[in-house]
Design a protein around this ligand. Structure first.
Ligand code: DQA
Length: 141
């Protein structure tokens, strides 16, 4: 089974960036946790600070044997019609993850374009959200 784990802008600095909001784990720590929790899954990890690179990744995944996508679009959640269209166009199940609870933060974070075309959203459960999203995509939730 193949699951893609995509992370958007500024998440390359996870662990160092505003740890009081996002915690101290890095993306590499999350990847290690996923690999050990789901040893039979082949993960495709991808992070980009560029909207178009994330759009390109969805079109690559659409034509692959990927079963589902765990996606933290970060700030692009709140701005990107292009990523919303990339998700609906790919025809793959997507579970959106936010480490922080976007609904208890600034009003501009309350709306997510990408959530509207995702199968589900996990927000505010810290980096465990990536594990829970993967469980769900594998049909084990
Ligand atoms: C985030 C929440 C977004 O509002 C923010 O822009 C991020 C991270 C989260 O994981 O909590 O960069 O997606």
């Amino acid at each position: 089974k193949k699951i893609a784990v995509l992370n958007g802008p500024n998440l390359n600095r996870l662990g160092k960036r505003e740890p009081e909001i996002y915690g101290s784990k890095t993306l590499d720590d999350i990847a290690d946790e996923l690999r050990s929790a789901f040893p039979d899954v082949s993960f495709d990890f991808f992070q980009s600070n560029h909207e178009g690179a994330l759009v390109d990744k969805f079109s690559e995944l659409a034509d692959s044997d990927c079963q589902g996508v765990v996606f933290n679009p970060a700030a692009y959640s709140h701005t990107s019609v292009a990523l919303r269209d990339a998700i609906s166009g790919a025809g793959l199940p997507v579970v959106e993850v936010h480490i922080s609870n976007i609904h208890t933060r600034e009003v501009f974070r309350h709306h997510s374009f990408t959530a509207e075309v995702s199968r589900g959203v996990i927000t505010g459960l810290g980096t465990d959200g990536y594990l829970l999203a993967t469980r769900s995509l594998l049909g084990k939730a």
